[in-house]
Structures are given as C-alpha cells and as structure tokens.
Design a protein around this ligand. Sequence first.
Ligand SMILES: [Zn+2]
Length: 132
Amino acid sequence: MKNDKIPKLERILEKPIKVFGKQLKIIRVILIAGAGILYTGMLFNETHSYTPLVFLILLLILLGISAFLMFKRILYFGKYNLECSSAGDVYLTQLQGICPKCKGSLKIVKKDNTKKILCDKNDTHIWNLKEK
Ligand SMILES: [Zn+2]
C-alpha cells in the first residue's frame, strides 16, 4: 500500500473567479480585507457596538483564508477547490481521477488532518495527497 503510485488527479473544471467582469486577484482580497479590518476595528473601538465586531470577525476569516490560499496555492473544500495561480489569479477548480485499482472515481477527503485521495467504491483505496 505504501509503495503504491499516487493516482493522478485531473483538472476537470477551471473557472476563473470574476468580480464585476474582472479576474479576482488574491492580493486585492487581502488588501480589501486588511483595510476593512482597520475600519471595522476603529468603528468597534469608537462605538462598542457588536455590528462592526461581527464584520471584523468575518473579515479576519476572509483574510485568513486568502493568506492561506496565497501560501498554499490550493484550498480543498468538498468537491471543489480554490486555486491561486503564480500571478495571483483565483480559480475555482475541480479535480477528478480514476482509481488505478478498481476504476472507481477518486475524490479528495480530509482525514486525521491530512488530505487523502479516496476511492468512492472501496475505502481501503486511499493515498496521501502530496501538496506542494
Ligand atoms: Zn478503488
């Protein structure tokens, strides 16, 4: 099992994420989230109301996800992935592969905090996903 070749996953979907017809750039998301954090942080400091605090937390999450995506280049969630190109463009992608053992279809799952490639027909057909 350990010496098995890792099956190849193919990109079957690659959709650039666009906002108002413009390609979404990861660095813009980070800058906007950063500016928003400063703004809502100041608002919270002045008003002590919870509305800016909620936005502040959401923006922190957005900033965290964007920074993670920028470093990791790919984020897996369910069937789809978010990928970030070296130019910083954000894409929605979907990977698909065929199980080399039984021709079942492969998907990416998270198990014990690591990502694995799992066959949908037999759950002993499992590989570690190599991340860059
Ligand atoms: Zn299989």
